[in-house]
Structure formats: structure tokens, C-alpha cells
Design a protein around this ligand. Structure first.
Ligand SMILES: NC(=O)c1ccc[n+]([C@@H]2O[C@H](COP(=O)([O-])OP(=O)(O)OC[C@H]3O[C@@H](n4cnc5c(N)ncnc54)[C@H](O)[C@@H]3O)[C@@H](O)[C@H]2O)c1
Length: 384
């Protein structure tokens, strides 16, 4: 019998709605040990709450998050609010004793991220994870497994990138993600960085130093009345990191871009080594490319992955996997780990931890310093 869990969402915007829809598709999971019920939602904007009328299980709609924090029946929170509010709301959830999945970057800056991690250390019974769904694509999982198996041999180089072209349109109106006081000085690194560092950090690749090229390409955008307003966030970030491996250092190139012409939501991981290589891009969601030298010839071959990720679903294996499937898989992993702990999980690719989120902050803070001084900057090691 699956264990029932009441879930509340704080922040009913783009991601709040996405997660509500993923939870509504929960029966698509075959035999998951937990059955979540979305029963409450909070948004300071009453208009945002109206969308949730379509979710029959929602019994509480609130404009003040404290109503959810104080509700004893709600066990798990999903918190998806602008970055300047992460610290206040995550610390609020911790004081209220709620387990939660918090959105990245898990604090507007490194100091906020550290304070959240520290507050969690003082409450060892609480379970908190950072949202990062792209590694749950079946192709990303296969690439991760190939790299971890050692089949690639000594690493020669790696690239992990998340590429959008959402900001190519210079007439697009400004919003909180394009203003440093709400989004943070990290800009696009805070927005997309957890997604690109999740697998590298999980592989134990902790960059020792970084050289960063950061670009604020579009400096003004139309405000609510059409008047141009400062758009002071970093649009594109390219980081060349040095990773110390036991066989020697190798370069890891990390790219997060809002202006990557021709790309929509492309997440790509490419690793090559002395014995092989692997590449997966969500541009071709069904295919993993694998490199090998056979009979003296260099070969890239295509492996077709199908729709099934780590938690099996009713969807036929011949179909395609997409963004909303990745959200469902991430929640399946989150609730499995919540119910059974790391050791008892049905698979071992757990959600990003608060410490991993803190590690991304250190890397991106060093990137800011690198860009400011046009220099290579050492990255403070972090325990994950
Ligand atoms: N995992 C992903 O793929 C992904 C994608 C996009 C955004 N995000 C992250 O999700 C978070 C939210 O982004 P979004 O795109 O949903 O933003 P959004 O602007 O669409 O939604 C944010 C919502 O929070 C509400 N809000 C603001 N202050 C609040 C408060 N004090 N209490 C309750 N609600 C409040 C706003 O009214 C808004 O409806 C950010 O951390 C962002 O980085 C993650």
C-alpha cells in the first residue's frame, strides 16, 4: 500500500503549475511507494491561485505562506519563488519542521545558500533537496552510467551546457529574472547552473579553478509601461574549469546561456576520454551517442533510449521523454528518498542536495571574481 503524503506549493507561477500538473500525473508511475496529494497552494498574487481551481484535491488557497507552514496536515512543501525570497521561505520551512523541495539556486547568493545549509545541519531530521530535473532524462541517466562505469577511460575533456534563446527577442518585457535585485548577481548561472553541475558534482568532479567569460548582452528591456528599464543580469556565462582527477587534471567547460541563437531548452553533456566518449543532448531526446575505437577506426554510435527513466511509467518504451516527464521522475526520486532514505531507494540517482547547491554557489561566485579581474580563480573546496 503506497504511503500518502500531503504536499503544499508556495509560489504558483510557471514552476508551481508545472509541479501541480506533474503530481496530477502521478498514477502514470508504476508501483511507486508514495502517493502525494496536492492539497494547498500559496501565492501572494490572488490571480495566480485561480489556476489551481482545476486541481480537485486543493483544499487551501492562501496568499500568506504561514498558513501552509502552520498546517499540520501538510508534510512536504515545494517552494518556487523568486530568488531573493529563497532564504526567508526555506528558513521558514525549516523552522516549521516541513520537508521541502526548494528551487535552485537555493538562496540568492553564496552567503544565503550557506545559511540555509547551516540551518538544515541544525535540524538533522528534516529532508530538503534542490530541484534539478534534467539529469532524469533517460539519455542523461545512460550517459551518467557510462561515465561512472569507467568505460570512457582517462578523462580528456568534458562539456556541460544549458542553452536557451529566450532572450534573443530584445522587445521581450523585463521580469524579475532579468533584475539582479531579485534574481541575484549570478544571473543566468543562478537560473541554469544547478542543471549543468548536478551530474559533474555527482561524479565527484569538483572544479579546483575557473576562468569565466560573463556577458550582459541586453542591458535594457521594456518595463510594464513600455519604458526601457535596466536589465542588469548576466545573460550568458562560459566557464572553463579545471577538475583534478586521480589520473590528472582535465577541462570541464560549463555553459549557461539565455542567448544561444538556435537553441530552445537544450541541455547537453559531452565527455571524451582515452578509451571512449559519450554525448547526450535534449535536442535529440531519444539518442545517446557513444564513442569508441574499434578495429583501428574511430566510431560514434547511436544508442536509442526510449521513454523509460529510473521510475517506470505506463508510457510505452518506444515513445519520447520530455521536460514534464523529467519533473515527474525528479519528484518520484524526491519522495522515494524521503520515505526510504538513501539506502532504501529503488534507484541511486537522488535529487540534488543542499550541499551540492552550495557547491554551485561557490563555483559561480568564483566565476564572478574571475570575470571581474579577467583572471583564473581558485575555488574553495566544499563538502557535499
Ligand atoms: N527547475 C526548473 O526547470 C525551473 C524552471 C524555471 C524556474 N525555476 C525556478 O523556480 C523558481 C520560481 O520560478 P518561476 O519561473 O516559477 O517564477 P514565476 O515568476 O513564474 O513564479 C513565481 C511565483 O511566486 C509568487 N510569489 C512571489 N512572492 C511570493 C511569496 N512571498 N509567497 C508566495 N508566492 C510568492 C509570484 O506571485 C509568482 O506567481 C525560481 O527559483 C526559478 O529559478 C526552475
Amino acid at each position: 500500500m503506497a504511503q500518502g503524503v500531503e504536499v503544499g506549493i508556495i509560489g504558483g507561477g510557471l514552476m508551481g503549475r508545472e509541479v501541480a500538473a506533474a503530481l496530477a500525473r502521478w498514477p502514470a508511475l508504476q508501483d511507486h511507494p508514495v502517493r502525494p496529494r496536492l492539497t494547498a497552494v500559496c501565492d501572494t498574487n490572488p490571480a495566480a491561485l485561480e489556476w489551481f481551481d482545476r486541481i480537485d484535491t486543493v483544499r487551501l488557497k492562501a496568499t500568506d505562506h504561514r498558513q501552509l507552514m502552520e498546517d499540520d496536515r501538510i508534510e512536504v512543501l515545494y517552494i518556487a519563488v523568486p530568488h531573493h525570497l529563497h532564504e526567508e521561505l526555506y528558513l521558514g520551512a525549516i523552522s516549521a519542521g516541513k520537508d521541502f523541495l526548494g528551487e535552485k539556486p537555493f538562496g540568492i547568493d553564496c552567503a544565503a545558500g550557506e545559511r540555509i545549509v547551516e540551518a538544515l545541519r541544525r535540524r538533522p531530521g528534516l529532508f530538503a533537496r534542490c530541484s534539478s530535473e534534467m539529469p532524469y532524462f533517460p539519455g542523461a541517466q545512460l550517459a551518467h552510467d557510462i561515465i561512472r562505469s569507467g568505460a570512457v577511460g582517462r578523462f580528456v575533456e568534458a562539456r556541460s551546457a544549458f542553452l536557451h534563446s529566450s532572450d534573443l527577442d530584445v522587445t521581450k518585457a523585463i521580469n524579475w529574472k532579468r533584475q539582479a535585485r531579485f534574481c541575484g548577481r549570478l544571473g543566468v548561472m543562478g537560473d541554469l547552473g544547478m542543471h549543468v553541475l548536478h551530474i559533474p558534482l555527482r561524479l565527484g568532479w569538483h572544479p579546483a579553478q575557473v576562468y569565466a567569460v560573463l556577458q550582459d548582452i541586453v542591458k535594457e528591456r521594456p518595463g510594464p509601461n513600455g519604458t526601457p528599464e535596466p536589465c542588469d543580469t548576466i545573460d550568458n556565462a562560459t566557464l572553463v574549469c579545471s577538475v583534478e582527477d586521480h589520473e590528472g587534471p582535465f577541462p570541464l567547460t560549463v555553459e549557461t546561456k539565455r542567448i544561444a541563437p538556435g537553441e530552445t531548452n537544450t541541455w547537453v553533456l559531452r565527455v571524451v576520454g582515452m578509451d571512449g566518449g559519450v554525448e547526450f543532448s535534449t535536442r535529440n531526446p531519444k539518442t545517446v551517442r557513444r564513442f569508441a575505437v574499434r578495429e583501428g577506426r574511430q566510431m560514434w554510435e547511436h544508442l536509442e533510449t526510449g521513454s523509460q527513466s529510473v521510475f517506470p511509467t505506463v508510457t510505452g518504451g518506444i515513445f519520447e521523454f520530455g521536460f514534464s516527464d523529467a519533473i515527474l521522475q525528479m519528484w518520484a526520486a524526491f519522495l522515494d528518498e524521503l520515505a526510504h532514505g538513501r539506502e532504501g531507494m529503488r534507484q541511486d540517482f537522488h535529487c540534488a542536495t543542499p550541499e551540492e547547491a552550495a557547491a554551485t554557489h561557490r563555483i559561480f561566485t568564483a566565476a564572478l571574481e574571475s570575470s571581474a579581474g579577467s583572471s583564473v580563480v581558485a575555488i574553495e573546496p566544499v563538502r557535499v
